[in-house]
Design a protein around this ligand. Structure first.
Ligand code: HEC
Length: 154
């Protein structure tokens, strides 16, 4: 083999290795983005679990605990719009690819979530019984469902 051919082959091999490494790094980054997303929703979902137990009478109404959960849910609702970077629709995720095709509608559902959880948090600030938060809690739950029905796989 001539020296220049051998160098050329080495360069081809090196570029191939770098490309494979880049693909691997890309996969790892996407997996991390998905984990972060699911973690963010787990935190949001946990707040709804606590509030739901009180709203349905399974747990006694605790105004302070409800207010804290509602504040946390409102905050998490400002985080979740940012956990859908392009390309994070592949891998261990239930996020449907349509999210990235229908960005306008998807972001509208996110805005609705943010508005409804903000309203719930506002209602919880002054609530001293469960009836004062039931309607706002139901409306926020509907915002979750509207998006899950269309954009989250079962
Ligand atoms: C605008 C869309 C949208 C809204 C609004 C929304 N979700 Fe989701 N949610 C998703 C998508 C998409 C996934 C799937 C994420 C994945 O698997 O990568 C998800 C996943 C979840 C998960 C599962 C997390 C896990 O363990 O993998 C929970 C719990 C959850 N959402 C709770 C909620 C609650 C509670 C609300 C309302 C307060 C809500 N979501 C509102 C789109 C939404």
């Amino acid at each position: 083999m001539s020296k220049s051919k051998s160098i050329r082959l080495s360069v081809v091999a090196l570029v191939g290795t770098l490309a494979a490494g880049a693909v691997f790094a890309q996969d790892a980054r996407v997996a991390q983005q998905i984990k972060y997303r699911q973690g963010a929703y787990t935190v949001l979902g946990a707040q709804f679990g606590m509030m739901g137990a009180m709203a349905s009478g399974k747990a006694p109404f605790d105004a302070n605990a409800f207010r804290v959960a509602a504040e946390r849910a409102a905050f998490m609702s400002t985080v979740v719009p940012d956990v859908f970077p392009a390309g994070s629709d592949v891998g261990n995720t239930k996020a449907k690819a349509d999210i990235w095709k229908n960005q306008a509608e998807f972001q509208k559902l996110m805005t609705d979530l943010r508005d409804k959880t903000a309203a719930l948090s506002a209602a919880a600030k002054t609530a001293n019984n469960v009836d004062a938060v039931k309607a706002a809690f139901g409306a926020a739950g509907q915002a979750c469902k509207a998006c899950h029905d269309k954009y989250k796989a079962d």
